[in-house]
Design a protein around this ligand. Structure first.
Ligand SMILES: NC(=O)c1ccc[n+]([C@@H]2O[C@H](COP(=O)([O-])OP(=O)(O)OC[C@H]3O[C@@H](n4cnc5c(N)ncnc54)[C@H](OP(=O)(O)O)[C@@H]3O)[C@@H](O)[C@H]2O)c1
Length: 332
């Protein structure tokens, strides 16, 4: 099969596209003909060697994909040949990646794709949808009528947070980097979309949250959290969610934090159990069918341009170029 793979970590240019053996599904595994796969910031970190997950070569990057089941390994029983499925959490901890014509994975990571959802949309919503769901529900315990704040409301995770929080009945404040993205973010359901370049950003947040006592759930998607500012804007008993910034070592205002009865939750989606991720996936599928969850596709590349797709993700994740809105897809 054709696949994108690396023989060593490094810049996007280390990605090659060529023929490698099609995987044979093992015990409890399913072979899927990939219809679309998605690129995530973590792919940048792994390919670049920042996160040491690429340990066996050739290493195929890619956590997410959607496609059609073509073969079952021994004792795989959840799906049958011809079923449409999607997944996340591949290319991690020794699992194979998804930037290929075929991918074989344990059936515990696979979910049925709704009949009305394309492979492109299913792949685009995979990791980011599960992440937003875990953050808002398992970690923050979001309740209807609470106020959620998220940085980057048209980004991969941010656009999912906006939609899932709205679906749960919350009020949503999001920041974005341009007027065009403000419009997209409002369309996704944000009650207040603020350009993060504006000088009166916090005054706008305070005006919006005055009647609610502040922000109940701060979902931080940025790698440099600003705790003094965040704690000041939080409502009593609010929850601050951290999920980015491995190298960040920010100052922390202990006194203001505890006198507001705040809580701080960190999580990495890949630590969630298969059962926890399946619960998110089931809910995401249902929300898609109800028209409450629409994964955002920003740019699509053919498999032959996998290195360009990675470079584009890196420019937006590490260099913050702001040229992406939604997910990057790679089509085999
Ligand atoms: N812990 C986990 O399980 C987990 C899971 C998924 C992702 N992550 C991490 O979460 C982070 C975000 O991932 P992603 O997929 O959403 O990335 P992404 O699609 O690249 O989005 C990044 C967002 O950051 C926004 N942004 C840039 N500068 C900003 C600023 N100064 N203030 C506010 N927002 C700003 C961008 O907004 P504009 O485009 O409008 O400039 C964009 O929406 C990454 O570091 C990723 O590694 C962690």
């Amino acid at each position: 099969m054709r696949a994108a793979f690396i023989q060593q970590t490094g810049a996007p240019s280390v990605i090659q596209v060529g023929e490698i053996p099609t995987p044979v599904p093992g015990q409890g595994e399913v072979l899927v003909k990939v219809g679309a796969s998605a690129v995530n910031p973590i792919d940048t970190y792994i390919r670049g060697g920042i996160i040491a997950m690429a340990t066996q070569f050739p290493y195929i990057p890619g956590c997410d994909m959607a496609g059609t089941v073509t073969a079952l390994g021994p004792d795989a029983s959840r799906f049958k040949v011809g079923d449409r499925v999607w997944c996340s959490n591949q290319s991690l901890f020794g699992r194979r990646g998804t930037l290929a014509e075929f991918a074989a994975m344990d059936e515990k990571w696979l979910y049925p794709t709704p009949a009305s959802q394309s492979d492109e949309l299913a792949a685009a919503g995979a990791l980011v949808g599960i992440t937003a769901h875990l953050g808002l529900h398992l970690n923050a315990g979001l309740k209807a009528d609470e106020v959620v704040f998220v940085n980057g409301g048209t980004g991969g995770v941010g656009s999912a947070v906006v939609q899932l929080a709205k679906a749960a009945g919350a009020k949503v404040i999001a920041t974005v980097g341009s007027a065009a993205k403000q419009a997209i973010c409002r369309n996704l359901g944000a009650d207040l979309a603020i350009d993060y370049h504006s000088e009166d950003m916090d005054a706008q947040i305070q005006a919006f949250t005055k009647q609610h006592g502040g922000i109940h759930v701060w979902f931080e998607t940025q790698r440099e959290p600003t705790f003094d500012r965040t704690v000041g804007l939080m409502a009593s008993r609010g929850r601050i969610i951290l999920m980015a910034g491995r190298a960040a070592r920010p100052q922390f205002p202990v006194g203001p934090f505890y006198v507001k009865d705040l809580r701080l939750c960190g999580f990495a989606m890949f630590n969630a159990s298969p059962a926890e991720q399946r619960e998110c996936a089931t809910d995401l599928n249902s929300l898609f069918e109800q028209g409450k969850w629409m994964p955002q596709v920003g740019k699509t590349f053919p498999l032959s341009e996998a290195a360009t797709a990675h470079a584009f993700q890196e420019q937006n994740t590490l260099e913050k170029q702001g040229t992406l809105s939604g997910k990057i897809l790679v089509l085999p």
